[in-house]
Design a protein. Structure first.
Length: 571
């Protein structure tokens, strides 16, 4: 069943942010602790003879501005977590879900007519209620309501109102094959305004197509097990004003299926729907700047006023990187809320999965978001989460050396145990290493196990079992560790950089003050966000692998590759 929320009113600055639409993500993050999934009380008695108390205590102190560090510590396991706004998580979840819109519907536009409350999908039998009544000058179908006789039109072609619609396919091909924006205009002989207009159109078409193709997932397509890799990627954007030549840095989170390579979602921590100027004015008028971050109305945004006169926000994750600034257009979303919204969205998209194995980049915000979103499934032992750490900075020769060591070790074991397969030997080694890590380290996050099966893409790979509570068979844990990988999502990130000129690792020129001009990077993050989501659809439905299949075909969402023309003309 898809996740639903029941609204509960919030307000005030209490001991812990109140739940919002039934969601409360503030609780101990240790799956082995009795407080896991148990939120703190909104109010407790102070002192030794307290009658009302719980298993948590607030820690931290107030800064010079009178804003308290929003840290909560568990009395049972001593682990701490930063309080977060439940409202901001829901807002981010709704933003990421907004692309999943309903298809074109036919309904009478006369509000006084009974048929105005009746909506029928385009392409179905509507003859009982409506009569086809010719076409408009633009080519859209016109209908007449049989109840009130009023006429109205419904668009039947995605390319209506476009001059030279055949150019759109050319623009799309150039866009996803690393042609710079100016060169696209030159090759296709269009003005920049036309190009950006068509990018907006292509974005709407691809998101509509993806939403319809992924509808079976939401409606309950069944999977016994999904192994999903989750990682982040940073992107730098050029300055748009000569008055402030600092760059803007944003992050994108993505999740990909380890078996099919299908990318379930990609989201940039940027919301183009809001104006920094207007949000800043409202935040000043509603008192947001006087509140601790998790109690603010605009908790999910980087607020401009937090950086006035060089003031640094209390929370480290709210501080901008050196030499960076906020976007001039749109609002930057705090990465931890973007990631939390992504995991909530992932649960909403995949409601009928028996169990998940989640492989996460080694980052506290990703771990916290995962445990908060899947708390109930973790308690039911339906979700197992692992950190994956690899030697990203190793040279080619160093990678080859690490792989040679593992291969040599496995070869010696195969000589000693000739009756066992390579997989069984590797599993036995990983089981022993995992049991040793459990004996020598009390904290779950310290129990790192080096993989016996690294490869060139993930050298010196090590795993950490985040949902370890001691009740799972070590051999099953070892098997999951051997299959753990971030390669599917990292491969998508690599393709994104290699095929989209706006997002490639830039050829840059640096000034003496540390500012960097990135030759091909975007000025407006909204264009980059659109291109990212366009490419996700192209990657999933159009690009075939060595097996002749697309990721969507492997996952069972498509029977053949989709053409660019079909995406553009999709209704």
């Amino acid at each position: 069943m898809a996740r639903s929320y029941v609204k509960q009113e919030t307000g005030g600055q209490g001991r812990v942010p109140l739940e919002h639409f039934g969601l409360q993500i503030n609780f101990c993050r240790n799956p082995a602790c009795a407080n896991f999934g148990v939120p703190p009380l909104s109010a407790v008695d102070l002192g030794r003879a307290a009658k009302i108390s719980d298993g948590y205590r607030r820690v931290g102190s107030k800064d010079s501005e009178g804003v308290r560090d929003n840290l909560m510590s568990c009395k049972l396991c001593s682990q701490s977590f930063v309080l977060k706004s439940n409202r901001a998580v829901i807002e981010e979840f709704e933003r990421q879900k907004q692309a999943y819109v309903l298809p074109e519907r036919i309904t009478c536009t006369n509000q006084e007519c009974d048929h105005s409350k009746l909506t029928l999908l385009a392409g179905t039998d509507v003859s009982k209620h409506y009569q086809q009544f010719g076409r408009t000058a633009a080519g859209s179908l016109r209908y007449r309501c049989k109840a009130c006789k009023k006429t109205f039109s419904v668009t039947q072609s995605s390319t209506i109102r476009q001059r030279k619609p055949e150019i759109t396919e050319t623009l799309l091909k150039l866009l996803v094959n690393k042609v710079p924006m100016r060169r696209i205009c030159e090759i296709a002989e269009v003005l920049p305004a036309v190009l950006y207009n068509r990018i907006g159109f292509i974005y709407k078409q691809t998101q509509r197509y993806a939403a319809d193709q992924e509808a079976p997932l939401i409606k309950g397509k069944h999977f016994e097990l999904l192994r999903i890799a989750v990682d982040r990627q940073d992107h730098v954007f050029n300055w748009a004003s000569s008055a402030d030549r600092r760059n803007t840095k944003l992050s994108a989170v993505a999740s990909a299926d380890c078996e099919s390579g299908y990318v379930f979602g990609m989201e940039l921590d940027f919301d183009p729907r809001f104006s920094p100027y207007e949000i800043d004015l409202e935040a000043r008028s509603n008192g947001d700047y006087k509140l601790a971050p998790p109690y603010r109305q605009f908790a999910r945004f980087f607020l401009p006023g937090d950086y006035d006169q060089g003031r640094k926000p209390v929370e480290p994750e709210s501080q901008l990187e050196d030499g960076m600034k906020l976007p001039g257009l749109g609002m930057r979303v705090h990465a931890e809320y973007m990631i939390m919204g992504h995991f909530q969205w992932l649960r909403w998209l995949l409601p009928n999965v028996d169990s998940f194995h989640l492989y996460l980049d080694q980052e506290p915000s990703i771990r916290g978001a995962c445990l908060a979103a899947f708390m109930d499934l973790i308690a039911q032992r339906r979700v197992e989460a692992f950190f994956v750490r690899i030697g990203k900075n190793l040279t080619i020769d160093e990678r080859k050396t690490e792989i040679a060591k593992s291969e040599s070790y496995l070869a010696k074991l195969q000589v000693l145990y000739p009756d066992l397969t390579r997989w069984k030997i590797a599993k036995s080694v990983m089981t022993a290493r995992y049991e040793e890590a459990r004996r020598t380290h009390a904290s779950v996050t310290d129990r790192w196990v080096e993989s016996i099966l690294p490869h060139m893409g993930e050298p010196k790979k090590a795993l950490c079992y985040l949902t370890d509570h001691g009740a799972v068979d070590p051999a099953m844990v070892a098997s999951a560790m051997l299959k753990a990988s971030l390669h599917p999502v990292d491969r998508f990130f690599m393709q994104l950089r290699r095929r989209i000129s706006l997002l490639e690792r830039p050829i840059s020129t640096a000034s003496s003050t540390g500012r960097t001009w990135h030759g091909y990077n975007a000025y407006n993050p909204e264009n980059a966000a659109r291109v990212m989501k366009i490419f996700r659809v192209i990657f999933n439905y159009c690009l075939v692998g060595k097996d002749g299949k697309t990721p969507a075909m492997r996952l069972g969402l498509a029977s053949r590759p989709t053409t660019y023309k079909e995406l553009i003309a999709y209704i």
